[in-house]
Design a binder for this molecule. Structure first.
Ligand SMILES: [Zn+2]
Length: 291
C-alpha cells in the first residue's frame, strides 16, 4: 500500500498476519520517497515483501498506488512523479519469478484497494462499495474493482470559471474545492484545520466554505449515483473527520431525485494501512482466481 509511505503486510485468510512493515524504514515517509529513484523504490518493496512473507509461499501480490494505473503501469502519479511510466507489475513479477513458478501481481489504485479493504473487513464483500479519500487530493475507489480510470476526485462540480485550484489544472473539479492542497490555495491566510475550526466558531466566511465543501462532496457523489446507481459510499482520509454526515445526506437528497436512485448511504470510515493492505491483497487474489 503506497501513499504517505509504503506499508507492506502479509495477508492470510483476509487478515494481517504478523507486523506491517513501513518503507522507507527510517520513517522519512513521502519526503524520503521523493528523493528515491523509482528503481530503488521497486527494490525496497521487493525486499519488504520478502521480509513479511518470511519464506512462506506467496499466492498473490497486490499493491495499491496513488494515481492512474493501467495494465500494471503507473501512468500518472502526482505525489510521486518519478514512478510515472514505471511498469510495477512487470518489475514485481520478474522479482518473484522462479523456475518453480510465478506469483500473480495486481497493481491497483490505492483508493480501490481501500474500497476492497472496507468491503472485506466490514462484511460488504457481496455489495457495491465506493469510497472517497479526502487528503491532499481526493481519491475515488470502488469495489468490486473494474478496469477503468475512475478519477472521480476530478468530477466537475462547479461551472464557475474561477474554480481553478485543482492540482491537475482542470477547472471546477471536486478536488479543487475539497482537497487539502486546494484549500491552502483558496485560504492563503488559514490552514485547512483552521478553516474548519473557525467555521465551528461561527466565522461566516469559513462557515460558508465548509457548507460549499460538503456540497462539492455531495455533487460528486450524486454524479457517481447517476452514472453507476445508488449504494454505500464511505468517506475516508485525513479530512474525513470534518464531514458532517447529516448535512451531506441532506445535500445529497437535494441532488438525487430520480426515485430508483434514492437510498444511498454515506458513512465516515477511518482508514488504516491494514485495511488498504488487506484490500490490495484480496483484490490480487481475486484477480488471480479470475473472480
Ligand atoms: Zn482535477
Amino acid at each position: 500500500m503506497v501513499s504517505e509511505h509504503i506499508a507492506v503486510g502479509l495477508v492470510e485468510d483476509h487478515e494481517i498476519s504478523g507486523a506491517i512493515r513501513i518503507y522507507p524504514e527510517d520513517g522519512s515517509g513521502i519526503e524520503g520517497l521523493l528523493g528515491t529513484p523509482a528503481e530503488n523504490i521497486l527494490q525496497g518493496v521487493v525486499e519488504q515483501i520478502r521480509i513479511v512473507a518470511a519464506g512462506k509461499p506467496i499466492v498473490a501480490i497486490g499493491i495499491g498506488v496513488p494515481g492512474v494505473v493501467r495494465d500494471g503501469i503507473i501512468e500518472e502519479s502526482p505525489n510521486l512523479p518519478q514512478v510515472k511510466g514505471l511498469n510495477l507489475e512487470m518489475g514485481l513479477f520478474q522479482a518473484f519469478h522462479t523456475p518453480e513458478g510465478d506469483v500473480p501481481v495486481l497493481v491497483l489504485n490505492n483508493a480501490d484497494s481501500l474500497a476492497a479493504g472496507i468491503a472485506v473487513t466490514q462484511g460488504y464483500m457481496d455489495k457495491f462499495v465506493r469510497v472517497w479519500t479526502l487528503g491532499r487530493g481526493v481519491g475515488y475507489g470502488r469495489y468490486p474493482r473494474r478496469d477503468g480510470i475512475w478519477e472521480g476526485g476530478h468530477t466537475v462540480v462547479s461551472l464557475d470559471p474561477k474554480e481553478r485550484f485543482c492540482q491537475c489544472g482542470g477547472v471546477g473539479h471536486m478536488e479543487g474545492i475539497v482537497g487539502n492542497r486546494a484549500m491552502r490555495m483558496r485560504f492563503l491566510d488559514l490552514e485547512p484545520e483552521e478553516v474548519f475550526e473557525n467555521a465551528l466558531a461561527g466565522d461566516a466566511r469559513c462557515r460558508d466554505f465548509v457548507r460549499y465543501w460538503h456540497r462539492a462532496i455531495a455533487a460528486a457523489t450524486a454524479t457517481a449515483i447517476h452514472m453507476d446507481g445508488p449504494g454505500r459510499f464511505f468517506i475516508s482520509g485525513s479530512n474525513s473527520k470534518h464531514v458532517d454526515p447529516n448535512l451531506l445526506a441532506l445535500l445529497l437528497s437535494e441532488m438525487v431525485k430520480i426515485g430508483p436512485l434514492g437510498g444511498s448511504k454515506m458513512e465516515v470510515m477511518p482508514a488504516s494501512d491494514a485495511m488498504a493492505i488487506i484490500g490490495a491483497a484480496v483484490s490480487a487474489e481475486m484477480s488471480a482466481l479470475g473472480v
